[in-house]
Design a protein around this ligand. Structure first.
Ligand code: ATP
Ligand code: MG
Length: 265
């Protein structure tokens, strides 16, 4: 049964999509079956794996969310060039879903229903979410088991975080009792400045052991890779950015194995 992880932070440009794409690809390279779900009308996760504008046989995540909930979820899954990595793609159409779903029953459970039948086909389902706390992000949080929060190592990193933590608590209380924070990933760290170190300290104080040991450095390869339609972990696997995402995927896998081991009697 897949673990569903929503990569969420309502702040824009913090590394959500870069994290979703490279984590998903690194997990696939580690022999996991992975589904990436592009839940952002910007469609950056879709173009980042080279499938800009492409549709699965059933369409994109937009049709998956807005059509009858009895549709066959497998119809929305598209293979990528990377073995074991599939995607439910998004196009700009998805912007309309925020409005169209307003009048629909259980509008916040649409993604949960779309993904439920796919759980037994994958080990991990990684959802990339948009920079807002609107209905699409709400759908991601209701569908997910865990939230992964990327935080840009900068002075204002913690700003707005209270809103995200409150939203996660509200979703847990009202809609998804199992929801929890998977972890906090520090991204775009500039090692040449002390500011990054100070911010990292503050974040570790606030989130304690939820913060991953791995820190993603600022690295130009991570920014270049999407224009080649490839995750950095395949575009230049030996770049510092790619290596950091491989370490992060390992750390996430290890934490999940440890969590499984401690749950056993
Ligand atoms: P949005 O909120 O718009 O969806 P996002 O949180 O998904 O943004 P990304 O798109 O992943 O953020 O990253 C923002 C920009 O920074 C992109 O151009 C990306 O290529 C670049 N970027 C992300 N991480 C790094 C990094 N570690 N080093 C250098 N550039 C990075
Ligand atoms: Mg994004």
């Amino acid at each position: 049964m897949a673990k569903i992880i929503a990569v969420t932070n309502q702040k824009g440009g913090v590394g959500k999509t870069t994290t979703a794409i490279n984590l998903a690809a690194a997990l696939a390279i580690s022999n996991k079956n992975v589904l990436l779900v592009d839940c952002d009308p910007q469609g950056n996760a879709t173009s980042g794996v080279g499938l800009k504008g492409q549709r699965a046989p059933g369409g994109t995540v937009y049709e998956g969310l807005t059509q009858s909930p009895t549709v066959d979820s497998a119809q929305f899954v598209l293979a990528t060039a990377i073995p074991r990595l599939s995607i439910i793609p998004a196009t700009r159409d998805l912007a309309g879903a925020e409005i169209e779903l307003i009048s629909v029953d259980e509008r916040e459970r649409r993604l949960q229903k779309l993904l439920a039948p796919l759980r037994d086909r994958f080990d991990y389902i990684i959802i990339d979410s948009p920079p807002s706390l609107g209905l699409l992000t709400l759908n991601a949080l209701v569908a997910a088991d865990r939230v992964l929060i990327p935080l840009h190592c900068e002075y204002f990193a913690l700003e707005g975080l209270a809103d995200l933590v409150t939203t996660v608590r509200r979703v847990r209380a009202a809609l998804n009792p199992g929801l929890d924070i998977e972890g906090v990933l520090l991204t775009m760290n500039d090692e040449r400045t002390n500011l990054g170190q100070q911010v990292a300290r503050d974040i570790r104080e606030y989130f304690k052991e939820k913060v991953y040991t791995t820190v993603i450095p600022r690295n130009v390869r991570l920014a270049e890779a999407p224009s080649h339609g490839l995750p950095a972990v395949t575009y230049d696997a030996r770049s510092r950015g790619a290596e950091a995402y491989f370490s992060f995927a390992d750390e996430l896998l290890t934490r999940n194995q440890d969590a499984l081991a401690t749950r056993e009697p």
